[in-house]
Design a protein around this ligand. Structure first.
Ligand SMILES: C[S@@+](CC[C@H](N)C(=O)[O-])C[C@H]1O[C@@H](n2cnc3c(N)ncnc32)[C@H](O)[C@@H]1O
Length: 289
């Protein structure tokens, strides 16, 4: 079942999800070591085994409560209105005492903050009735997410542990923080330069037993670190700024169109192809690269 991510998430791959999905080889073990809002996982069909990981323990706790106790979370959020006052309260005053209350706080702030940025120093009110999911629709969102998360393994580990533990033949979609960007402003856990090298090293170490697709900013440094990989494809997609917030000077006018540009790094090629769209998609990618 294809659904949207339950969260707003900075750097989320919502607008690129179709481009990514048409490059996926057939697999029966799917892993996202940098799940974030999980836009690709939520958009694709589930396979036999599915594993979402993210270093951010609060994000994973929220997913885990949605997975196991959706009705409790719905009840905890019942009656909440999306207001600046409540946002301020949840951000600065509310002291969660258990997993359910942590999930409530995270969910509320994520749905009402500018771009879903959950790094507290940069977590600002960013809800608009016209552009954001309204609180009355949160229960539906939680229930369909819970359904999709049934049987999914959820962990909060460093990516290296996940890749080391991935079983032979697994397929990994990796969406690490950008190499050249202010990613330390967005995520509770950001990447140091060394982490980018460490990621490349660990992937290279497992290249013979795992298949993977990595998305990155298109920079010479990233191309250099991954010069050993089989395929580096340039990709471009459109997206629309459709959400309002209080920081109007900092964002583009809503409704304006922008382009996403990244590289996709694959350790497999058309000879691995099994998914019906793969051959066509990769040939097209080469023709425009
Ligand atoms: C670009 S975001 C992923 C966005 C996601 N693909 C989506 O569609 O919403 C990168 C994620 O990596 C996580 N992260 C940062 N350092 C990590 C580490 N060492 N191991 C695992 N996850 C990490 C961050 O918490 C963040 O959620």
């Amino acid at each position: 079942m294809e659904i949207n991510s339950p969260f707003r998430y900075p750097g989320g791959k919502f607008y690129a999800r179709k481009l990514i999905m048409e490059l996926l080889p057939i697999h029966d073990f799917y892993i996202e070591p940098f799940a974030g809002g999980g836009s690709v996982f939520f958009a694709k069909e589930k396979v036999k085994e599915n594993w979402l990981n993210d270093m951010d323990t609060e994000l994973i706790n929220c997913l885990s409560v949605i997975q196991k106790r959706p009705q409790d979370l719905i009840a905890a959020l019942e009656g909440e209105a999306a207001t600046k006052e409540r946002h301020k309260y949840f951000k600065n005053e509310y002291q969660p005492r258990n997993q359910l209350e942590r999930a409530k706080r995270w969910f509320y702030l994520n749905r009402t903050s500018y771009s879903g940025i959950m790094m507290m120093q940069n977590c600002f009110w960013g809800y608009g009735d016209k552009y954001s999911m309204r609180p009355e629709n949160w229960p539906r969102n939680i229930l369909r997410t819970s359904e999709k998360l049934k049987g999914v393994k959820l962990t909060s580990l460093d990516f290296e542990d996940v890749i080391d533990q991935a079983p032979d033949g697994a397929f990994l979609f990796l969406d690490p923080p950008y190499f050249n960007a202010d990613q330390d402003k967005f995520y509770t856990h950001s990447f140091a330069k060394d982490d980018h090298f460490r990621l490349s090293d660990v992937l290279r170490r497992h290249a013979d037993r795992l298949t993977y697709l990595i998305t990155y900013d298109n920079s010479p440094e990233v191309r250099e670190i991954y010069s050993w990989a089989n395929h580096i494809l340039e990709k471009e997609w459109n997206y629309t700024i459709s959400r309002t917030d209080d920081q109007k000077t900092k964002i583009k006018r809503k409704g304006s169109r922008s382009k996403g540009r990244e590289i996709f790094i694959l350790n497999y090629g058309p000879s691995y192809q099994q998914a019906p769209l793969f051959d066509e998609a990769i040939q097209y990618a080469y023709s425009i690269a």
